[in-house]
Design a protein around this ligand. Structure first.
Ligand code: HEM
Length: 349
């Protein structure tokens, strides 16, 4: 057993309604990714954080109230319709958002296709994404509906960014799969703009491998300013969706292969498409599917959290929501940075 010390931050995050500007500044610090806090780098981090704070200070929950009043309605109707025929798609959309935000921030860079003329090398074929990420068609379909409802015919830019559509769709997908009346997910500020670049190299380096040991996972999340507690809460996303057998821990691989189901196995085989606390129950029963899931109980501190989340779904939902809110603010583009794409898979210019 190892301990993760201060990085675990076992004290729960403050309730959302009590968040002050200072707390938001802390969130902004989290949104700017840095790997070091020493010497001159500290000043750099502070400057970057202030910039980041300024950037997301321009976001608001009502950003599209006048520009696209039917946005929420379109998102809910289309997500609910999609998941009513393919519940797993909710898991795929949540993962798509994670893979977008961790690489260059929540800027829809993950949605861009290769475009040699514009020097864009798509993140879609990076190791963690290739033949694995799903949901691009869902985002495209919703984007088309949103622009048809709110865009100006013939315009050369869009009205609602792909980055915001992905953030909204993810939240609605998790609410749908949680199926808990009254649970509204997390507070989601809007006004993100879309990147004009993608970063395949970063996708290959910052997205954690399923074979990672615990210190590597803690480091990967710390580099993005997430605590050990947030790592455990966010990993609870693996209560929905599936993994390909090649990614499964050796101890679990045989049951994956035996299932012979498209060479995939549910991350939580008891309630595979319900967003619940089943992931933590599985970890405690030695049924975690990925090595990176199983090692969370290697640390006494993190195991305590796993136990708490397994006992209390409300605590898991609260911590997960807070961590998702924080993720949704990672290095967002606002103001005149980036653009609002017309088509999510290509830049406008
Ligand atoms: C802690 C580090 C993480 C690692 C190493 C990891 C790795 C993986 C891997 C290997 C898969 C299976 C992919 C495949 O076989 O095609 C997967 C699936 C999934 N991951 Fe993660 N993941 C991590 C964290 C997260 C986070 C933070 C989220 C979201 C908040 C997330 C959401 C998901 C979901 C929902 C699926 C199922 C997707 C589907 O069924 O299409 N993961 N993850």
């Amino acid at each position: 057993m190892t301990t993760c010390g201060e990085t675990c931050e076992l004290v729960p995050a403050a309730p959302r309604k009590n968040r002050s500007v200072l707390a938001k500044a802390k969130l902004a610090m989290a949104a700017s990714s840095s790997t070091t806090t020493t010497g001159g780098h500290y000043m750099f981090l502070v400057a970057l954080s202030l910039l980041s704070f300024a950037a997301y200070g321009q976001l608001s929950e009502q950003f599209y109230a006048a520009k696209c009043p039917s946005l929420d309605q379109i998102i809910k109707a289309e997500v609910d319709r999609t998941l009513s025929v393919d519940r797993r798609m909710g898991a795929s959309l949540l993962r798509l958002f994670f893979h977008d935000c961790f690489v260059q921030g929540c800027d829809a860079s993950v949605l861009l296709d290769d475009d040699a003329a514009k020097s864009i090398t798509s993140e879609k074929t990076a190791g963690p994404n290739d033949k694995s990420l799903r949901g691009f068609d869902v985002i495209d379909r919703i984007k088309d509906q949103v622009e048809a409802a709110c865009g100006v015919p013939g315009a050369r830019v869009g009205v609602v960014s792909c980055a915001d559509i992905l953030a909204l769709v993810t939240k609605q997908a998790v609410i749908y799969l949680a199926g808990q009346p009254g649970w509204a997910g997390w507070s989601l500020l809007l006004g993100r703009r879309d990147s004009t670049t993608a970063n395949k190299d970063e996708a290959n380096t910052v997205l954690p491998s399923p074979n990672s040991e615990l210190p590597t996972l803690i480091e990967a999340f710390k580099n993005k300013n997430f605590t050990g507690r947030e790592l455990v809460a966010l990993s609870g996303a693996h209560t929905i969706g599936v993994a390909q057998c090649g990614n499964v821990d050796e101890t679990q691989r045989q049951k994956c292969i035996d299932a012979n189901n498209n060479n995939t196995f549910p991350l939580d085989d008891e309630t595979p498409v319900d967003f619940d606390k089943g992931y933590y129950d599985n970890l405690l029963r030695d049924k975690g599917l990925l090595h990176s899931d199983r090692v969370l109980v290697d640390s006494n501190d993190l195991k305590l959290l796993v136990l708490q989340y397994a006992r209390r779904k409300d605590l898991f939902f609260k911590d997960f929501a807070n961590a998702m809110e924080k993720m949704s603010l990672m290095s967002v583009l606002t103001g005149t940075n980036g653009e609002i794409r017309l088509n999510c898979s290509r830049v406008n210019y």
